[in-house]
Unconditional design. Structure first.
Length: 377
């Protein structure tokens, strides 16, 4: 039932246990303080009020599997679709009239759309606020946007997700015992990111072409949220493909970074030179002239500054290159990013960086500040 343009999908195997786990967790209550979660908070409160002390709703929804998917409804907004597997259509047919009669504060209207009945709950105090429901076979479908409901019904027989081999491949890797699962559709990434940040197409479009889907098991503890899963690559050459060709390295930067870190992006590899060669090979596919220009530029830089990029830089890189973004303050700039490079030999790293900075100072107007901080230079 979920349309193919879903941005992301959250799945729970048990609506009752899932909602209880989320609503009682410290991490959820902390997230609700963020303005970006205002819409989710509004929907959550509606769901909480609807489920609380309602025996008929409890009969219909208790312990049912549920999906929540997000979809763009305009160039600047998105909304959610809720799909509950009732497991037996008879469950709903015997209780639907009672459920409708118990929802206070709403006028109930029914209309036909392409042989499907859509039930509209219209807020009496705000007639523009409408909740849409429909039942398709054993599925109860709900949303706050009429056009999204109609798009869903238009594509009900397409079976996009069931027929997508890459999607099925990664979902088969997930555990069957986890309460929550999270899926992301990279085709919808550029539009989704543009809601919150402008001029990000330079980064989001290549990613949307390099990756197809990600699927994760969600581990929710009281103060910890972690995701464990995998992603499917598209056929387009990318640094993701380069990473997949080498053995992963261990993460090290987390041991030293500040507790004020807002974002930590780690690129790990067992052998950097193998990763770099794989990256060059990937980029070289269809970009022969660019690679020739790159090789020429490296030789020019090495000759001008009298350095050896391989010896003075690449050879001492260890298992990780990480990019850190600290929690912003009033004077922060968008480009304020910390790069952390792991090395297997700190003396070689110091000697290599000293050689590079010394030669650049001699042959260019660039200057470098070396700052002693506690015991670290």
């Amino acid at each position: 039932m979920v349309p193919e343009d879903a941005i992301f999908v959250i799945e729970t195997s048990n609506l009752t246990d899932g909602w209880k786990a989320i609503s009682e967790s410290n991490i959820w209550n902390h997230l609700l303080k963020n303005p970006y979660f205002n819409d989710i908070n509004e929907y959550a409160e509606l769901l909480d009020d609807f489920l609380k002390d309602n025996k008929t709703v409890d009969l219909v929804l208790r312990n049912r599997p549920m999906l929540i998917s997000a979809h763009m409804i305009s160039a600047v907004d998105y909304d959610f679709l809720f799909v509950v597997d009732l497991q037996s259509a008879k469950t709903l047919s015997s209780a639907i009239d009672e459920v409708l009669g118990l929802v206070d504060g709403y006028d109930v209207k029914k209309r036909k759309y392409k042989k499907n009945e859509i039930i509209e709950f219209i807020d009496k105090e705000d007639p523009q606020s409408i909740i849409y429901f429909t039942v398709v076979d054993n599925l109860l479908v709900g949303t706050f946007t009429g056009q999204l409901m109609e798009r869903t019904l238009d594509g009900r027989d397409v079976n996009y997700w069931e027929n997508n081999e890459q999607y099925k491949l990664i979902t088969d890797e997930l555990s069957t015992r986890k309460l929550f699962k999270f899926y992301f559709n990279y085709r919808s990434l550029p539009g989704f990111v543009s809601i919150y940040a402008e001029d990000m197409e330079e980064y989001t479009v290549p990613m949307s072409k390099a990756l197809t889907f990600s699927a994760f098991d969600v581990n929710l503890e009281d103060n910890k949220l972690s995701l464990d899963g995998c992603s499917a690559l598209d056929s387009m050459p990318s640094y993701f493909s380069a990473l997949s060709d080498v053995k992963p390295g261990e993460m090290h930067a987390y041991e030293i970074i500040s507790d004020q870190t807002a974002l930590y992006v780690s690129i790990g590899f067992k052998n950097y030179n193998m990763f770099f060669q794989s990256l060059v090979d990937q980029y070289g596919k269809g970009n022969a002239q660019d690679m020739e220009d790159y090789a020429g530029n490296v030789k020019t830089v090495e000759k001008w500054f009298d350095i050896n990029v391989q010896k003075n830089f690449f050879d001492w890189i260890g298992e990780e290159i990480a990019f850190i973004k600290l929690r912003p303050i009033s004077s922060s700039r968008l480009e304020d990013v910390i790069a952390v490079i792991h090395t297997n030999n700190i003396n070689d790293a110091k000697a290599g960086m000293e050689r590079i900075t010394k030669q650049i100072r001699k042959r260019s107007p660039l200057k470098f500040d070396i700052i002693d901080y506690k015991t670290i230079k």
